[in-house]
Write a protein that binds this ligand. Structure first.
Ligand code: ADP
Ligand code: ZN
Ligand code: MG
Length: 478
């Protein structure tokens, strides 16, 4: 039997998180609003109205192009893509065709096995969204709320090779979109939608065979699953001597099956022409430079820097750069802790992330700021409080109980600072436990833990465990 390679290109629609729609002043996001309550004459396509381009949508589209290492086009145009469908009241969609906002570009992906893969960007352009139709008790209903929502359509070259790689692309794209702040990228809300183009070829071949296009794969699991199913179907068909036909498939998430929809339109069917109601979009060199300069360090670069500069494990670096806010939080805390990178990483990986899960907040939303975390870490490291107290303080500061050092002072949570007091307590315990002392001296060193426990009990947990051990050993070995 031959071995096959799967060839995949993804088309994504990304909803930009601007305040208003792309050509009118309606709110951009109307998630959950009743149908047709977030529309105006412009986005519902009444005759005689004129579109006004949203500058923020252009800036965010250009920023995304920069993040994709694409060239930001100094002069781009809007075009009309003509087709007739009930959810498209104007009878055309305003989009960009031959001179889009971004040209070329690529995205580097990190694969679970640690390898990297470069996915080239075939197309990146701005456009408006269409409305939505649904069938309800035999009637077709249409909701225009989504008309005019600003989108970037981004299409990859056929550079992906498995359902898993496609899933990685979407996962890392979603992270990047949030990181650079251009989209909420919530797939459930349709902020990030994906169509997958799939073909197969014999391993080693560089030919592109006929592909099918899977629509409506709107979760990352669905993308992985739908691509695997479709590749399997194509391989079986080819093995049985059949030809693959180019058509569009619909993914049914409920049953996990693919349904044939229609044969595909070609570009010529759309009769593109320049949008006469909008001027060309001109970006000066200074404006392009401003966009490029506003691009933050990207997740992959930051992850590599964390490994390099802070000597973090790949795993810790991965988690701590999963979100921009979390990675900023980490760096700020490290700085406030005098560069104690590994120490801060341990606190964040164990306790801060738990606090985020418990409260449902992102790092940026926590009331416990990096200065608060650093203060608690330093109280523990300086032997002022024990680690368990330190951990419990995280949730208390988060709940609004005040500054950590103040809580420690008010509630007497500090460790016994005075060495003589500690010595006296230990001496008293040794005196009360002659047989344990004898056993320890006879070689049963594991009793040290028992003695530490006694000291803790007697002091209500306020003995510095490290100092206690040292003093116990000193006194026991006398
Ligand atoms: P179409 O004209 O059908 O829209 P495009 O050339 O615009 O095709 O490409 C659409 C998407 O399909 C892109 O993501 C592209 O990478 C992908 N693609 C193109 N050819 C193939 C192929 N043979 N196998 C898999 N994907 C492909
Ligand atoms: Zn409107
Ligand atoms: Mg196309």
């Amino acid at each position: 039997m031959k071995t096959y390679e799967i060839v995949i290109g993804l088309e994504t629609h990304i909803q930009l998180n601007t305040a208003s729609k792309i050509f009118c002043s309606c709110k951009a996001d109307s998630w959950g609003a009743p149908p047709n309550t977030n529309i105006c004459p412009v986005c519902s396509g009444l005759p005689g109205v004129l579109p006004v381009l949203n500058a923020e949508a252009v800036r965010k589209g250009a920023l995304l192009a920069a993040a994709m290492h694409a060239e930001i086009n100094p002069i781009s145009y809007f075009d009309r893509k003509n087709y007739f469908y009930p959810d498209l009241p104007k009878g055309y969609q305003i989009t960009q065709f031959d001179e889009p906002i971004g040209k070329g570009g690529y995205m580097d992906l990190r694969m679970p096995d640690g390898s990297e893969r470069r996915v080239r960007i075939h197309k990146l352009h701005l456009e408006e969204d269409a409305g939505k139709t649904k069938i309800d008790r035999g009637e077709r209903l249409v909701d225009f709320n989504r008309c005019g929502v600003p989108l970037v359509e981004m299409v990859t070259e056929p550079d992906l090779r498995s359902g898993e790689e496609a899933a990685q692309y979407l996962t890392q794209l979603r992270q990047l979109l949030r990181w650079i702040g251009v989209s909420e990228a919530d797939m459930e809300r349709g902020h990030l939608r994906c169509d997958a183009n799939v073909s197969i070829r014999e391993a080693g071949s560089s030919m592109l065979n006929t592909k099918t296009e899977i629509k409506n794969v709107n979760s990352i699991d669905a993308v992985r699953q739908a691509i695997s199913e479709e590749a399997k179907r194509q391989i079986d068909a080819v093995e049985a001597g059949q030809r693959i036909e180019s058509y569009t498939l619909d993914w049914d998430a409920d049953t996990g099956t693919l349904r044939k929809m229609r044969s595909k339109e070609t570009e010529a069917d759309y009769r593109y022409f320049r949008e006469p109601d909008l001027l060309p979009v001109v970006l000066t060199a200074a404006e392009i430079a401003a966009v490029q300069n506003s691009l933050p360090e990207l997740p992959l670069a930051r992850r590599a820097r964390f490994i390099q500069d802070y000597q973090l494990s790949a795993y810790d670096a991965e988690i701590l750069t999963s979100e921009r806010g979390l990675s900023d939080y980490y760096e700020e805390s490290v700085q406030l802790c005098g560069g104690a990178a590994k120490l801060v990483s341990n606190w964040m990986m164990n306790d801060l992330i738990r606090l985020m899960n418990d409260t449902g907040k992102s790092a940026a939303e926590l009331r416990l700021r990096p200065a608060d975390l650093a203060e608690i870490i330093q109280l523990v490291e300086g032997g002022k409080i024990n680690p368990a107290t330190g951990k419990s303080l995280l949730a208390r500061v988060e709940a609004g109980a005040g500054k950590a050092s103040q809580i420690v002072a008010d509630e007497g949570l500090g460790l016994i600072a005075d060495e003589d007091t500690l010595r006296q307590q230990i001496a008293a315990i040794l005196e009360e436990s002659p047989s344990e002392m004898q056993n320890f001296r006879a070689g049963k060193e594991s009793l040290l833990g028992w003695f530490v426990g006694q000291v803790m009990r007697r002091t209500g947990g306020k003995a510095d465990p490290k100092r206690t051990r040292e003093l116990l050993l000193e006194l026991l070995r006398q």
